[in-house]
Design a protein around this ligand. Sequence first.
Ligand SMILES: [Zn+2]
Length: 262
Amino acid sequence: MIPLQFCFPSLFKHSRRKGRTVAQAITDDRWVLDLAHGNNSNLVSEVLDLHRLIQRRQLNFQAEDQDQIRWNLEGSGQYSSRSAYALQFLGSTTGMFQAMIWAIWAPAKLKMFAWLLHQNRLWCNDRLQRRGWPNSYFCQLCLRNLETSAHLFWSCPFTKTVWTSLSSWQHCQGLSKACLPNECSSLEKVEAMVSATGPAHAKGIKSLIMLVLWKIWQERNNRVFRKKEATVQAVINDIRRELCLWQQGGFKSILSPFGDPP
Ligand SMILES: [Zn+2]
């Protein structure tokens, strides 16, 4: 049951006696007298609603009745840690990207990286700037725009060329969806990339998306911290090498032929 102060916020704010119990408030309609001051013309609709609610419930408080604590998330009224845990996720949504981060085949460090990206917790220059911490402001891949994660992974000309080049690989055409208009969120782009890929290669493309994002982040870090620059082709070659290592390491979802055209 939702407390009355949340159901009728204007009444609660205007009331002179906010500490009354419900029993005290409805006795002799004291709650109405508590509102009789100042300009209360804007309270009419809430007053009527609360009045109707009290009538409907036919509340009959007995002084000797003791209050009871009831856990409304369980039919039994008893607390359970299971329902308390579920409560934390009430209203949250699970997008494909969020779900796939933990389900895909990829090294754990990539999953952690992808999770931070999904939460927009990577230390891109825009976040550093907001904290007043040292930063180079511009995206180090193009030196044109403020570096945000949206720019770095999806809008940067350098990054777009990587996505576009990879989309020429066999079964990787879906990667071209990474270059959808900037209005599309990263989630929408990832979902579009996976949707545009055949079911037989869905697992492989998800891992490849993670790998590309990871390599872009590595290239960014190389430029920021090591003053080393690689070309688009060098980044793609690095992705290719890593894919080979993954295959040797048991990653079977990159079905052959998957990757470079013959
Ligand atoms: Zn850029």
